[in-house]
Design a protein around this ligand. Sequence first.
Ligand code: DX5
Ligand code: ZN
Length: 217
Amino acid sequence: MAVQINPSILSADFARLADEAEAVRGADWLHVDVMDNHFVPNLTLGVPVVESLRKATDIPLDCHLMIEDPDRWAPQYVEAGAGSVTFHVEAAAAPVRLAREIRAKGARASMALRPATPIEPYEDLLPELDMILIMTVEPGFGGQAFLDVMLPKIRRTRKLIDRHGLQMWLQVDGGVSTATIERCAEAGADVFVAGSAVYGAADPAEAVRALRKQATA
Ligand code: DX5
Ligand code: ZN
């Protein structure tokens, strides 16, 4: 299982996004947190910023939509150049239709679950998706403490993926650091989002390397 490290620009300097993308050279994807102040109590950026970022960097963009009405908006993020688009199942009206639309437009389709949302009701949707995101904090802010109580859900999700023989990725997001990444990897996650642990470090590229090393330890 190849490990991927996706730095979250939520903890970067928004006035210098192109430089901040360059600062994490060696990372697999750049994680872009889109918040609308409705689905979560915070506001970040939208389609025009993703469009500009796409032109300013070569690293693929992993857009995490923490917004209402992803059925309407997610396809626009594919058009803006996202290589992967994650919508929240709690917000999607028609998750299967949406996943198919994202894929048809040429991006990887991914579905996120808030900490209190169980995976089991969505078992039959897994083949429609390229990635599942298990939130390990309540979405909305960077720098929160990792929720250990999510480890069993990561484990159960990994079992479901394997039972169905799927090649899809299992991403974790929230409180991921060198102190917590090993537990996530051991539970079966293979794509790791890290905001403050990367951009809060003196050398972000080195922080990415340290996370990768720890995840494969
Ligand atoms: C939180 C966002 C995360 C955030 C993670 O709602 O989805 O991507 O940037 O930040 P850290 O890694 O600092 O917990
Ligand atoms: Zn995120």
